[in-house]
Design a protein around this ligand. Structure first.
Ligand code: F0G
Length: 468
């Protein structure tokens, strides 16, 4: 047996959904028709969909049973009571505002808290937190730890750079900082975890400067699992105990519960501050719904109330983190450079290193993501200069993202070990023809979050071919 093999799936399959692999010719046609933007390809034309682990979870039989208990009353539904009890129990804060997903929690929070010109400090903003901060006139700044950029096997590369954070607070002044956020796990640097030690330091610093400290906790259970594995103090703790320890260190949290809520929709804000609760609730009623459903159905709330606990089951987490790691090890074996160590929900391929002949302003990550679709009907997402690059407003000069990554996000409880082996076969074909892949240019883009809707054109590839 391969020593890197992860524990077999700790579940059996009760209901299936067919998937189809189109011919290569058809895939090329579909990609062109989508203007080379993988978000614009129909899901039925995808074979393995790794665009996101968000909302793509397979529900358990217990969740389906809970869904049947959903109480769809407008106000005071039993479903909300069950959801509220679960959130209070797992996340330790007094109040909870349900929202339909993470970004609506961000919208409500930042609309209330961020004044134009104020800073939001984060280990690394995810694209919607960055977009939402900018949208309210705030300035999002990232402080990923130094190790996040090196090739060491440091386990907690999701950490905040504490010194840089403190410097920024002193430089701008605490009154110019709207809030400090810790994204757990840190999605944009590779789904990598944050240690309790680091959370304690940030928490301490925020207390000293009287700053609001929140989590963006979409993948809290995966983060807690890494803490158990790599922080000796917690080797014998349960995931629930570690989660409690984490959340007692912050003032509140925003969650996209479409990840470790093990459900297809949902989110929340938690907090202990009653005054802030009242302010947030005023806005949430205008934009999201009554406080006991927040844009969700009763059955969604029930699915979440079960899901938070299922996400913390250790057998499941061993298998999940193992599956992601197995894919990473196999990709390395065939010559795909990846971000290491591997994280919780995805493998991040270093497209910049794989495709050095494509300049950053021609989006090597997009080129690799497109190749995954053409070669195997696999949908991945670029997390590089297409998502985060921008033109300097004064000079017009292109400022690239820190890295040109492609993310293969693994939906929870959806794909089997043989799907993962199929992915490795596709990746192998790409590695063999990597020098012939070419860059892209944007032909149309919106003001915010351009990667979702922009159109692209292939820059084929006289340069590459004539140089050969
Ligand atoms: N915060 C983090 C860390 C996220 O990863 C996401 C979503 C959000 C906030 C926003 O939540 O989608 O429910 O509105 N991430 C998804 C992803 C989209 O693919 O990583 P949302």
């Amino acid at each position: 047996m391969n020593s890197k093999r992860h524990p077999a799936e700790p579940f059996r399959i009760k209901s299936i959904e067919s998937i189809t692999l189109l011919s290569e010719q058809e895939r090329v046609k579909k990609l062109k028709k989508a203007n080379y933007n993988l978000f614009k390809i129909d899901a039925e034309d995808i074979y393995i969909d790794l665009l996101t682990d968000s909302g793509t979870t397979a529900l358990s039989n217990k969740q389906w049973a809970a869904i049947m208990l959903g109480d769809e009353s407008y106000a005071g539904a039993k479903s909300f009571k069950r959801f509220e009890r679960a959130v209070q129990d797992v996340f330790r804060h007094r109040y909870v505002i349900p929202t339909h997903q993470g970004r609506s929690a961000e919208n409500i929070m930042f609309s209330t808290i961020v004044k134009p010109g104020q800073y939001v400090l984060n280990n690394t903003h995810f694209d919607t937190t960055k977009g939402n901060t900018l949208h309210k006139g705030g300035i999002p700044l990232d402080f990923p730890c130094k190790e996040s950029k090196d090739s060491s096997d440091f386990a907690f590369k999701g950490n905040m750079d504490i010194l840089a954070l403190e410097e920024a607070i002193l430089k701008y002044g605490a009154d110019k900082v709207a809030m400090v956020i810790m994204t757990i796990t840190n999605n944009s640097v590779g789904g990598l975890p944050v240690s309790i030690e680091n959370i304690r330091e940030v928490s301490e610093l925020c207390k000293q400067h009287k700053l609001l400290f929140y989590f963006d906790c979409a993948r809290f259970a995966e983060n807690a699992f890494f803490i158990k594995r790599y922080e000796p103090e917690f080797a014998d703790s349960t995931i629930a105990e570690i989660t409690a320890e984490m959340f007692e260190l912050c003032d509140g949290a925003m969650m996209s519960a479409k990840k470790d809520g093990m459900s297809n929709i949902g989110g929340f804000i938690t907090l202990n501050d009653k005054e802030l609760l009242e302010q947030l609730t005023e806005l949430m009623i205008i934009v999201e719904g009554f406080p006991t459903y927040g844009g969700l159905t009763g059955r969604d709330l029930d699915s979440l109330a079960v899901g938070f606990y299922e996400a913390m089951e250790e057998e499941y987490l061993e298998y999940r983190i193992g599956q992601v790691n197995y894919l990473g090890e196999k990709l390395k074996e065939i010559g795909m450079p990846i971000v290491e160590p591997t994280g919780g929900h995805a493998i991040f391929i270093d497209a910049g290193a794989l495709l050095p002949h494509i300049p950053v302003d021609e989006f090597p990550g997009q080129s690799l993501a497109a190749a995954f679709y053409v070669e195997g009907g696999v949908r991945a997402v670029e997390i590089g200069s297409l998502m985060f690059g921008e033109n300097d407003t004064k000079t017009g000069k292109f400022i690239p993202a820190p890295r040109e990554l492609v993310r293969l996000a693994i939906p929870r409880r959806v794909y089997t070990a043989s799907h993962i082996d199929y992915l490795v076969d596709v990746a192998k074909k790409i590695v063999e023809k990597k020098d012939s892949l070419c860059g892209y240019k944007i032909t149309k883009q919106p003001k915010f979050l351009r990667h979702f809707t922009c159109d692209l054109e292939q820059l084929c590839s006289e340069k590459v071919n004539s140089e050969k």
